[in-house]
Design a protein around this ligand. Structure first.
Ligand code: MN
Length: 319
């Protein structure tokens, strides 16, 4: 993205919420450092990490708060603490939580599920939108930014994610800002993959468009490496000589194509067998990070013949 829609503080908050939701403490620590250095206060981060528990449960929240606490000790507790929340509103949390929820969403929230299970309706209103959203040391737009980042980091919560994207927009987030939050959450996912991101793949960069990352896994018996592509990144057309290659897709959305054949869309769990001598390319979709493990059976005379790049003209036609 050429122009960034979020400021440095907002970017770090989205990354913090996303790493915390995924339980990636290393990524979280770095995002906290970036945010503290950009001027986010300790209490603002505490507030986001407390809110994590409403969407991801106490274990994720407690582990993330522990990472923040230990980081503060490492940094000598010198970061700006910032504001604590003001006094609780008068009245009971169910009443002001119901009001908050209506204001946040723009209309009263109804649904069959809340009649079917009235307790969840009451807990949502009294506790999440009452007790938590009444804490006023971060604003609602920031809470929604964090919520979108958290939900985009969880599997199979599309309905809730879409509904919070709408709430976020109702509270002033722009389309470009929402898109950037989703990009950040996608990136934390690529960094939280099973085998790790590894190092930037500079050795092969001349045969790739865009950035890729390489994590060698084993050379015992087989050669296996975890390869992660940033969105739009792909390798040039190439041919594996003397030995084929098998791709095990770990995460994200990407592409595989053999010369003269249609492009195949790839997602986690897909396996691609590439026979030796076949001209092909593989890489990420334009809006998704993509990770596969590439496996080859070693052969003394094995080489890879690198050919022309996959042109933007060809690539941009892909969804
Ligand atoms: Mn290949």
């Amino acid at each position: 993205m050429a122009e960034t829609a979020l400021n440095a503080k907002q970017k770090s908050m989205a990354a913090v919420a996303s790493y915390a939701a995924r339980g990636n403490q290393d990524g979280l620590k770095q995002a906290l450092i970036d945010g503290l250095d950009a001027g986010v206060t300790v209490n603002e981060f505490k507030e986001i990490l407390v809110q994590v528990y409403a969407y991801c449960g106490f274990p994720r929240s407690l582990n993330a708060l522990n990472t923040l606490m230990r980081l503060e000790e490492e940094r000598g507790n010198k970061d700006e603490q910032g504001k604590l929340p003001g006094a609780k509103p008068a009245g009971n949390s169910l009443d002001y939580g119901t009001e908050n929820q209506t204001k946040l969403v723009g209309q009263p929230v109804q649904g069959k599920i809340y009649e079917f299970a009235q307790a969840i309706d009451e807990f949502l209103k009294a506790h999440l939108f009452g007790d938590i959203f009444a804490r006023d040391n971060i604003d609602w737009q920031t809470r929604e930014l964090a919520t979108i980042a958290m939900l985009a980091s969880l599997d199979n919560v599309t309905a809730q994610l879409n509904s919070h994207i709408n709430v976020g927009k109702h509270n002033g987030l722009t389309d470009a800002q929402v898109a950037e939050i989703l990009e950040i959450a996608d990136k934390t996912g690529a960094e939280t993959v099973l085998f790790g991101l590894g190092e930037e793949n500079t050795a092969y960069a001349k045969h790739f468009i865009g950035k890729s990352y390489l994590q060698p896994l084993t050379k015992e018996g087989i050669n296996a490496s975890n390869v992660t592509f940033e969105p739009k990144a792909r390798n040039n057309w190439h041919i594996h000589r003397k030995t084929g290659q098998t791709l095990f897709v770990v995460s994200g959305r990407g592409w595989y194509q053999e010369w003269g054949k249609p492009t195949q869309e790839l997602k986690a769990g897909d396996v691609v067998n590439i026979p030796e001598g076949i001209k092909h390319w593989h890489g990420a979709a334009k809006n998704s990070w993509f990770t596969h493990v590439a496996v080859t059976v070693p052969h003394n005379d094995a080489t890879t013949e690198w050919l022309e790049a996959v042109t933007n003209e060809e690539y941009d036609k892909l969804p």
